[in-house]
Design a protein around this ligand. Structure first.
Ligand code: PLP
Length: 356
């Protein structure tokens, strides 16, 4: 079942020793993990960072980092004989759950906050045959319902990041970064929503020190959207709002783990405005060539501020996690569309259109 011809590693095999993989676990894969770590000098220069790298998680099979944890959660659900998986989602979890459920032959049920899901993500869930339920409420309401549905047993497995297999799978990204750089970076910057990912990275770096692949752990720099920043205000938020729908979460499930990651690493969790997010999204593609969805722009906007005010040293090695692919949210990205230049079908016409 692994299908591991050629060189491409299968996540469940490559990280077998760090994952709950047993001889009974199906080696499910859609080609997740082993994502590019790309140095971006032009983008770095623009925000004052001389050694900036992007971990391009949008290169995962469904276009977000969610695939790393989902492959483990769905493989374990299949191993345990589950018939269905269920999740609440701001979009990417549902896209990932639907795809892995399809590959494993399980039913996928996804609960989404009404009207707030980026078009690409919704399309992915439908295309893979998930049962999509729109909740008249926000992500936090949807997660409450999922907790009760899953608690009922009946072969229905919860695959939100409260499922420990999700965090274990997502931690693999930290090991990949160490393997690619030969060491941990000084700073790991990422967007924070439900806070599963910041918890997973911290666990990954901590495990890496334990097994001896690095001697040190990075400072964790988490960034939220100003309208959905419970870690910044210090308490849950009832009505989170931001254009970065992937981090539009007011009551993060992994609260304590995220606080531990922040404090043990000597890091911080800060907020950036939606305007700063939109500017950074354009900067990342125009100066770095990597097209990301709005949530990924939060760490770049936030790094720019943190370097400017001296809370991060711009000469340090910084890895920013680009959690999801730009085409997932075409509506937000459509403001980047420019004017189409008209021309007749001649070289002279094209020259004219270019102003040459
Ligand atoms: C899920 C998601 C996040 C937030 O990750 P958490 O683990 O919920 O903090 C950020 N960006 C993208 C693209 C996501 O899909």
């Amino acid at each position: 079942m692994s299908g591991s011809f050629g060189a491409r590693p299968v996540l469940l095999e490559r990280f077998r020793d760090l994952l709950p993989v047993t001889s009974a676990t199906p080696l499910l894969t859609l080609g997740e993990g082993a994502t590019p770590l790309v140095r971006v000098p032009r983008l770095g220069a623009d925000i004052g960072a001389s050694d900036l790298w992007l971990k391009v998680e949008g290169a995962n099979p469904t276009g977000s980092f969610k695939d790393r944890g989902m492959v483990v959660a769905v493989a374990k659900a299949a191993e345990s004989g589950a018939r269905a998986i269920v999740c609440a989602s701001t979009g990417n979890t549902s896209a990932s759950a639907a795809a892995y459920a399809a590959a494993a032959g399980l039913e996928a049920i996804v609960l989404l906050p009404a009207g707030k899901i980026a078009a690409g993500k919704l399309l992915q869930a439908f295309a893979a045959g998930a049962k999509v339920i729109s909740i008249d409420g926000n992500f936090d309401d949807a997660l409450e319902i999922v907790r009760e549905l899953g608690a009922g047993g009946g072969g229905v497995e919860i695959v939100n990041s409260i499922n420990p297999h999700r965090i274990a799978g997502q931690a693999t990204a930290a090991h990949e970064i160490i393997a690619d750089l030969g060491d941990a970076p000084d700073v790991l910057a990422l967007p924070v929503g439900n806070a599963g990912n910041i918890s997973a990275y911290w666990r990954g770096f901590t495990d890496a020190v334990r097994i001896g692949s690095t001697k040190r752990r990075p400072r964790m720099a988490g960034f939220q959207a100003a309208g959905a920043a419970p870690f910044v205000s210090g308490a849950p938020i009832a009505n989170p709002e931001t254009i970065a729908t992937a981090i539009r979460i007011g009551k993060p499930a992994s609260w304590d783990l995220a606080i531990a990651a922040r404090d043990e690493s000597g890091g911080f969790i800060r907020a950036v405005t939606d305007d700063e997010i939109l500017r950074a999204q354009a900067d990342i593609i125009r100066l770095g060539g990597i097209f990301v969805e709005p949530a990924c722009a939060a760490p770049i906007a936030g790094l720019r501020n943190a370097i400017a005010d001296g809370s991060i040293d711009g000469s340090q090695r910084i890895v920013a996690v680009m959690t999801g692919f730009g085409l997932k949210d075409p509506d937000t990205a459509s403001r980047l569309v420019g004017e189409i230049r008209q021309s007749d079908a001649t070289v002279a016409g094209v020259r004219r259109a270019l102003g040459w």
